[in-house]
Design a protein around this ligand. Structure first.
Ligand SMILES: Nc1ncnc2c1ncn2[C@@H]1O[C@H](COP(=O)(O)OP(=O)(O)OP(=O)(O)O)[C@@H](O)[C@H]1O
Ligand SMILES: [Mg+2]
Length: 592
């Protein structure tokens, strides 16, 4: 295992954590000062007890004239305990608010960073893994800030104070007590070293279990449809067992070390009884001094007992910080240019200049060139997997081209401010995603301040107004997660309405009408013609969806093989004509 102090990733992760903590460092510091006061107040009671034994009770018959002090001494002890309790309460509150506020900032920061990640990041990372960064890992960090920091500090402090006090009573018994220190230090080191990789494994297993559960709950309908419940349960059990075993693995380590700390702690009592007892008998120490030392003993005991647990918590914390940091620190490759060259709003001209796009050396798009004027409608036809969606992804700059350039209004999209670019595009994606919100909320997503009239206008354009009005709650109908409760065609029409609501300069409809019937589709085609200033890209498999376009691009294996109007393309030998004749044949067969 790498030495953590030399591990730059670990150092960077800790720095990242400290950036969040530093905002609350004064609060944390005040809390620690209060903990110090509490710890120091611990000195008083044993002192009073020693005083009562030696100077009030004396040899058991009371020392003349001193009995009157007894109630005062007891009152002082109670008062001291009360003050301690109040201070402790305040410090606990400080640590609690500090940890909650810090966690709020951290969750917010992590969420922001997740939203800025590239598409490729989400292709690589499972949702469940990312969710566990925001849940389990955050909890470990909160526990550290709310409890572990002050506990470590308090325990070290108590230990040191107790040692000093014992030394001040009698240095010989102090030395005897210190013999447990090297053993504890060595055990601390061993435990810390061996438990760290175990916690890494726990976090991985937890994350994996989470991801598995998330995927299966989301894909529950597929599981049911294929009657694979037993199979999935078996797979879940494997994940579940792996997580349990990882936890038990770590438990095996601490169950080995925690008892050693316990033994060290109990050893202190033995030392006191043995060394202190002999000294008392020999008259080298008074009984009162022995009582004082005995009442400081818990201050030495408790830290020793706690240390095993605190090391655990500390390592759990560092593992979680490293885990979150590795997710957050991955910088998005697609970022805003330092000097954006675009206007405030885009107009809608699009040009592909000899664009190639590869993924891990595999060509997806190969020397694609075309030019579109503002307000034109472009149809895109091509076999499945030919690269149609990829062309659209490049316009939105979800990925950067490998070669060539994508220009919008004559400016390379890489030189444009991302928000301006994407705000000017209304995209209805191929796999429709709706939020669990009302239909109105879903359509108005791009412009939440718009009026209901605007929402209705967009819905009418997408031929969705009719079925929405037929629903009992109309536009206020709440659709489930991912639009559960709506038919495929209904979801597509809501996605279409959402794309056109904000009247973007560029509208992209990626297979948006594949699930609607021909009649509804032709109505939508008519409606879309009303969008005169907008540049519209329509990707479709049906010629009927494309034939009125100003220009049609035919994509085959990542290349544009044909380009022209419907009229031109049906005259030309090629993919378009084949598809057209095929579909026309089907249509004739249907109507015959
Ligand atoms: N993120 C990615 N990583 C690797 N390969 C990808 C990625 N996205 C797409 N591809 C590949 O690129 C090719 C083109 O995909 P694209 O989604 O553009 O096809 P499409 O023309 O939209 O197909 P369809 O009509 O089925 O939607 C496919 O072979 C696909 O496997
Ligand atoms: Mg596609």
């Amino acid at each position: 295992m790498k030495n953590r102090l030399n591990d730059p990733e670990w150092k960077r992760a800790m720095k990242w954590f400290y950036r969040y903590l530093s905002k609350y460092k004064w609060k944390e510091a005040v809390g620690l000062v209060l903990v110090t006061v509490c710890a120091v107040l611990n000195i008083i009671n044993p002192k009073i007890m020693g005083f009562i034994v030696d100077d009030v009770i004396g040899d058991g018959e009371g020392i003349a004239g001193r009995m009157g002090i007894l109630p005062l001494a007891v009152a002082l002890m109670i008062g001291c305990q009360f003050v301690r309790a109040v201070i402790r309460l305040i410090s606990q509150w400080l640590f609690e608010t500090c940890s909650q506020d810090m966690l709020y900032d951290m969750r917010d920061g992590v969420y922001r960073s997740l939203l800025q990640k590239d598409f490729s990041f989400y292709n690589r990372n499972r949702t469940g893994d990312l969710m566990s960064r925001q849940t389990g890992d955050m909890m470990a960090i909160r526990h550290f800030v709310a409890y572990v920091i002050y506990s470590i500090y308090e325990n070290v402090l108590l230990f040191v104070i107790a040692l000093i006090m014992i030394f001040s009573v009698d240095w010989r018994i102090g030395i005897a007590m210190m013999t447990v220190l090297p053993i504890s230090a060595f055990v601390t080191y061993l435990q810390s070293k061996s438990i760290k990789p175990k916690f890494m494994k726990i976090r991985d297993r937890f994350s994996s279990l989470n991801a598995f559960a998330q995927e299966n709950i989301s894909g529950n309908r597929v599981v049911r449809a294929f009657a694979k419940e037993d199979y999935e349960i078996e797979k879940f059990d494997v994940e579940n067992a792996a997580y349990r075993d990882a936890e038990l693995d770590a438990a095996k380590i601490w169950t080995k070390y925690v008892p050693i700390f316990e033994v060290c702690a109990s050893f202190l009592t033995v030392i006191l009884m043995l060394v202190g007892g002999i000294m008392c008998v020999k008259g080298a120490m008074t009984l009162g001094d022995m009582v004082i030392v005995n009442s400081y003993l818990w201050m030495l005991n408790m830290p020793l007992r706690m240390f095993g647990w605190l090391i655990n918590d500390y390592q759990r914390f560092t593992t979680s910080v490293v885990k979150i940091y590795t997710t957050v620190s991955e910088k998005p490759k697609i970022t805003n240019p330092s000097k954006p060259k675009n206007e405030k709003k885009i107009k809608g001209e699009v040009e592909f200049k000899d664009v190639s796009y590869n993924v891990e050396g595999e060509p997806i798009l190969d020397h694609v060139s075309f030019k579109v004027k503002q307000g034109e409608t472009i149809g895109i036809l091509g076999a499945t997997g030919s690269g149609k969606t990829t062309i659209m992804n490049l316009i939105c700059r979800f990925y950067d081209v490998t070669d060539g350039a994508v220009l919008v209004d004559g400016t390379d999209v890489r030189d444009m401010e991302l928000h301006t670019l994407r705000d000017g595009i209304g995209l209805a994606m191929q796999d429709v995603f709706l939020f669990s919100d009302t239909i109105e909320g879903n359509i108005a997503y791009g412009d939440p301040d718009c009026t209901l009239e605007q929402v209705k206008w967009a819905a009418k354009m997408a031929d969705a107004d009719g079925f929405i009005n037929e629903m009992t709650d109309g536009y206020d109908t709440v659709v489930g997660e991912r639009g559960i409760g709506l038919s495929g065609g209904q979801k597509q029409r809501i996605a279409l309405a959402r794309a056109i609501l904000k009247k973007p300069a560029i509208v992209i409809l990626d297979d948006t009408t594949s699930a609607v019937d021909m009649e509804t589709e032709s109505q939508i085609q008519k409606d879309l013609k009303l969008l005169e200033n907008e540049t519209v890209f329509i990707i479709a498999q049906r010629i009927s969806s494309l034939k009125d376009a100003d220009m049609i691009l035919v994509v085959e294996n990542g290349r544009i093989t044909q380009q022209g109007t419907h009229k031109e393309l049906v005259e030309e030998e090629g993919y378009y004509k084949t598809v057209y004749e095929h579909q026309l044949g089907n249509l004739k067969a249907q109507t015959a």
